[in-house]
Design a protein around this ligand. Sequence first.
Ligand SMILES: [Ca+2]
Ligand SMILES: [Ca+2]
Ligand SMILES: [Ca+2]
Length: 171
Amino acid sequence: MASRTADPVDVVIEAEFDKLDLDHDGQLEWSDYETLIDRYRQTAGVGEDDRRIRELRAFYQMHWMELLRHAQVEGHHLSKGQFVGATRLASSDTSRINVAQVGGHVIFDLVDADGDGEISHEELGRYLQGVWQIDQSDANFSFDALDANKDGRISRAEFVDGIQEVLTPNR
Ligand SMILES: [Ca+2]
Ligand SMILES: [Ca+2]
Ligand SMILES: [Ca+2]
């Protein structure tokens, strides 16, 4: 590999930033996460006080505070560069609870719309389209990549592991 090639982990995190900056102002702020949470709520077709939505909000608030702490910023915004640096630090920080793992469980509960303990093609498709406005060809979230044992269903363990790999590159 040429040494000039952009760090693949940075590229993944930068793409994550672009997906999260939902008002496209070049900064990440809490309101972007609120927009995201509302997409989850609408996709799941539930109300504001649905337990799973409240858990999701609590998860993202914790995640957001971790990023601000690692970025060492006083304000309430992160630039793309700050987000990349803070995400790398947060993913190697073992001093607190494992945010990526918690997030995987919380998100699984929302994606598994019928609550049968597994994610089907339809459920994943609805989630990717409704929340991220992408289809199943997205490399990081493709059904085949998440379905580790290739039985055509994504179990909770498969989903949590897969999400953790997306959120914690470099493991
Ligand atoms: Ca923004
Ligand atoms: Ca299901
Ligand atoms: Ca499976």
